[in-house]
Design a protein around this ligand. Structure first.
Ligand code: ZN
Length: 203
């Protein structure tokens, strides 16, 4: 025989301990700032490879990704979009029309540049539109698509259902020339990203 009140209490306590099953969000766009919230978020989310990101010129990648993500989110919201703004680690599984995951690269100095990563479900048109826009603005190298396994199989892709998902590396922080060019342009970078998303995901 099941004593229902006791069972309900047990179920409630299990749900409280497992926020992963408790919430999901719907929105137009998911904007994730790479590495944001780490390392503090790794232990509670059981993240074994706690990659806190790169740095350059005295700045940290996670500060830059958050700055670009916050600006893009602000512009999109001003234009009426519903934006789900995420850090590196979170429990929810989201549903959206597009999802972008923001990063800056670290490499042997100036061996890298801008790049993108995406799963096979992302459309060629979405990727091409970003590359065309960003190459016209960013004056350094565009090093390629899915050029590492990490870019192609990024863990964030599995946390959202969206027809268009893309990881963006805006440039190489460990290259002094690129770092100096990008440092005063994080807000403009957010504007570029928002303009791209509004063009690709019309309201
Ligand atoms: Zn990164």
């Amino acid at each position: 025989m099941i004593r229902l009140p006791a069972f309900s209490a047990l179920l409630a306590s299990v749900l409280l301990l497992c926020p992963a099953v408790a919430r999901a969000d719907d929105g137009d766009i998911v904007v994730q700032a790479g590495h944001e919230g780490r390392p503090a978020s790794c232990v509670p989310h059981h993240v074994k490879a706690c990659n806190v990101g790169t740095s350059g010129g005295g700045a940290r990648e996670q500060t830059w990704t958050a700055a670009v993500a916050d600006r893009a989110t602000q512009v999109l919201r001003e234009h009426g979009y519903t934006v789900i703004r995420r850090p590196a680690d979170y429990d929810e599984h989201d549903t959206a029309r597009a999802a972008v995951f923001l990063h800056f690269d670290g490499a042997p100095a100036c061996a890298s540049g801008a790049s993108v990563g995406f799963p096979s479900t992302t459309s060629r048109a979405f990727v091409d539109a970003w590359e065309t826009r960003y190459r016209a603005w960013f004056p350094y190298r565009f090093v390629g698509e899915n050029f590492t396994k990490n870019e192609h199989e990024y863990y964030g892709f599995r946390k959202v259902d969206a027809p268009e998902k893309m990881l963006i590396e805006f440039g190489e922080m460990t290259c002094p020339a690129q770092q100096r060019w990008m440092a005063p342009r994080l807000r403009a970078m957010g504007d570029e990203l928002a303009a791209f998303l509004m063009e690709q995901v019309p309201r």
